[in-house]
Write a protein that binds this ligand. Sequence first.
Ligand SMILES: NC(=O)C1=CN([C@@H]2O[C@H](COP(=O)(O)OP(=O)(O)OC[C@H]3O[C@@H](n4cnc5c(N)ncnc54)[C@H](O)[C@@H]3O)[C@@H](O)[C@H]2O)C=CC1
Ligand SMILES: O=C(O)[C@H]1O[C@H](OP(=O)(O)OP(=O)(O)OC[C@H]2O[C@@H](n3ccc(=O)[nH]c3=O)[C@H](O)[C@@H]2O)[C@H](O)[C@@H](O)[C@@H]1O
Length: 478
Amino acid sequence: MMIKKICCLGAGYVGGPTCTVIALKCPDIQVVVVDKSETRIQQWNSAILPIYEPGLDEAVKKSRGRNLFFSTDVDSAIKEADLIFISVNTPTKTYGFGKGRAADLRYVEAAARRIAEVAVGKKIVVEKSTVPVKAAESINKILRANMRPNVSFQVLSNPEFLAEGSAVNDLLNPDRILIGGDQTSEGKEAIEKLCWVYKHWIPEKKIITMNTWSSELSKLAANAFLAQRISSINAISAVCEATGACVSEVAHAVGTDSRIGPKFLQASVGFGGSCFQKDVLNLVYLCECLNLPEVANYWYQVIEMNQFQRTRFVRRITEKLFNTVTDKKIAIFGFAFKKDTGDTRESAAIYVCKHLLEEGAHLSIYDPKVNAQQIIHDLTRPDITEEPEKVLQLLSFHQTPYSASEGAHAVVICTEWDEFLHLDYKKIYNSMLKPAFLFDGRKMLNVEELLAIGFQVETIGRKTTRNNVNRGVADCIL
Ligand SMILES: NC(=O)C1=CN([C@@H]2O[C@H](COP(=O)(O)OP(=O)(O)OC[C@H]3O[C@@H](n4cnc5c(N)ncnc54)[C@H](O)[C@@H]3O)[C@@H](O)[C@H]2O)C=CC1
Ligand SMILES: O=C(O)[C@H]1O[C@H](OP(=O)(O)OP(=O)(O)OC[C@H]2O[C@@H](n3ccc(=O)[nH]c3=O)[C@H](O)[C@@H]2O)[C@H](O)[C@@H](O)[C@@H]1O
């Protein structure tokens, strides 16, 4: 049996783009992406997709209606498919055992139960969601305990490594495809079939197969290593700001060592996104459950450093604005957790805004891809504020960075959108109150140019107020 029909449960940031690329590259396979959310499916079937990813619109247009379908008919899609991806959300638990750390597996479990209930024939069930080690065993148990006669399942782990903002390119040219499965003959056969799907466009040497638990753990480990690099360079950025060293120079020097490498060494206001924090916490919880407190503490530091970085940035803003931001207008440039995405999950901007709002600042926000509704949702969440009405009065939303910064005391860059590189900063400076401050949380702008315009500039990982520019390291330490 070859794979003729694929179904994917979960039409989110992973399920949607992944299946779009599979459909694009495998015209001989029919791909149906299903979701319990009717709105999401309607959006996937419309001209305006539910997520923004460079290149995604074109890719969807090419395959949708040909061999790519979006539907809410979960049961039919499961029944017909030879291979079923589980690509549902696995957020951090907000209740009960493991609250604030463990992954909430209720959506994965619900998906597995639905599959067991309606599946007919021989199915390969692929865990695409990021899960704790041994989750495949739970899926297996649920499937086997509930399966109908004449049905058989093989469960594989096939974690996803795409990053938002570059999802289509990452899916087309991944560093590797990872597939874990049972090392039995049935398990190996299922692995072979999934390999066959990927081999439509991915060179065989990039497809790595291994046992299920290694595959599950590799995903958590990869995200933990990536997050750790950011926390490491952010920790160094604090030392830079206190001494006069420049974090870009240090990152360059460190990254030139081929054993370390230059990628993922961009100091920032802190990492965001739906996964780094969630997956590191997932690993921390796993270690705690395995009675490995030293290992758990080690990884927890990555999260603590990230929180420290965000708070440190806001404290610096407040200090520079003469220790008070109450009633001051502050322009926020960028709200997404990184450029080229409209996703705001765990965005550092949320926490920067939260602290400034608590101090009573008026925030005028501009982001090219995040709408006002989403920002209001994020900033009035119960874990962000106890006073949503007050927060609403402190917010305004803008169509351009120029109108956002008019009459502001300060501009704060939270997301590294390319367009911020090419703004007319002289015009922005002229429209602001003086002294005009610019806080670059992404270390993306040319400090000297901004200083020449007249801005007071503060950037991550560098001591840059007017007094300190061009001073030697020794001067800065003293
Ligand atoms: N967002 C990312 O960049 C990456 C995410 N991942 C992992 O992939 C998984 C999915 O993440 P996202 O796509 O970002 O989540 P998401 O929240 O964007 O999408 C998940 C979708 O699953 C749907 N869903 C939940 N239960 C369902 C069910 N029983 N039947 C049908 N649909 C159901 C939800 O309605 C939602 O639309 C997570 O485990 C995440 O850790 C992995 C790599 C990258
Ligand atoms: O499991 C996941 O969800 C995904 O998580 C990350 O992808 P993503 O969160 O979409 O985006 P990244 O490019 O990794 O950026 C994450 C955050 O770190 C920040 N970052 C990144 C790199 C850097 O050097 N410095 C830095 O602050 C970004 O601005 C962003 O806020 C991983 O890069 C993906 O491989 C993984 O599949």
